[in-house]
Design a protein around this ligand. Sequence first.
Ligand SMILES: Nc1ncnc2c1ncn2[C@@H]1O[C@H](COP(=O)(O)OP(=O)(O)O)[C@@H](O)[C@H]1O
Ligand SMILES: O=C(O)C1=C[C@@H](OP(=O)(O)O)[C@@H](O)[C@H](O)C1
Ligand SMILES: [Mg+2]
Length: 178
Amino acid sequence: MSTPIFLIGPMASGKSAVGALLAGLLGTTLIDTDARVIAAHGSIPEIFAAHGEAGFRRFESEVMAAAVPTQAQREARATAPAVVATGGGSVLAEANRELLAHGFCVYLLTDEADVAQRIGADTTRPLLGSNPLEAWARIFAMRSDLYERTATVIIDTRGKRPGQIAGAILAAYRDAGH
Ligand SMILES: Nc1ncnc2c1ncn2[C@@H]1O[C@H](COP(=O)(O)OP(=O)(O)O)[C@@H](O)[C@H]1O
Ligand SMILES: O=C(O)C1=C[C@@H](OP(=O)(O)O)[C@@H](O)[C@H](O)C1
Ligand SMILES: [Mg+2]
C-alpha cells in the first residue's frame, strides 16, 4: 500500500516544481490540481473572471476529490505513491482538509524574501493583483496557521534548490515508514 504525498503551501512555494521532481524520484507523474482545473475549465484568470474565486474553489475541490486515491487504489498501488501538488488555497475548505488527512501532507515553508523574485511579474495568479508581494504577504499571514495545522511534516525550503527539497521530502516520507 502506498500513502499519497500531498504538497501544500503558499503561492510560489514550489509545490508544482518540487512535485514534478519528487514524482520523478518515485517513478511516477505529478498530479497538479491547478493543471487539472485548467485542462477542464480554462486558465485561472479566465475562471476567476467568469465564476469568481468561489467558482474556482468549487472546481478545485472537485479535482482534489478525484485526485485522491481511494483505499482500494492505494492498496493496489504497491510501488509509487501518488504525488499531488495542490493550489495554495486548497487548505481553505474543510472538505479538502479531510482529503489531505488521508495522505502524507507536506507543507513547503517559505517567506516573502524567497518568493519575491518568483512572483514579481506574475499574471497567472489573480489573487496577487497589481502588488504581488504585498498581496502574497497578506494572504500568507491569513493562512499560515492553516498550513501548519494541516501538515504532516513541514519542510523549510528557504535557500534550498528544488532538487534538494524533493530529496528532503522523500527522506521524511521514508523516515515516517512509508
Ligand atoms: N526552491 C526554489 N528555488 C528556486 N526557484 C524555485 C524554487 N521553487 C520553485 N521555484 C520556481 O518558482 C516558480 C514558482 O514555483 P511553483 O512550483 O509554480 O510554485 P507553486 O506551485 O507552489 O505555486 C517556478 O518558476 C519555479 O521553478
Ligand atoms: O493560493 C491560492 O489561493 C491560489 C494558488 C494558485 O496555485 P499555486 O499555489 O500553485 O500558485 C492557484 O490555485 C490560484 O491562483 C489560487
Ligand atoms: Mg502550483
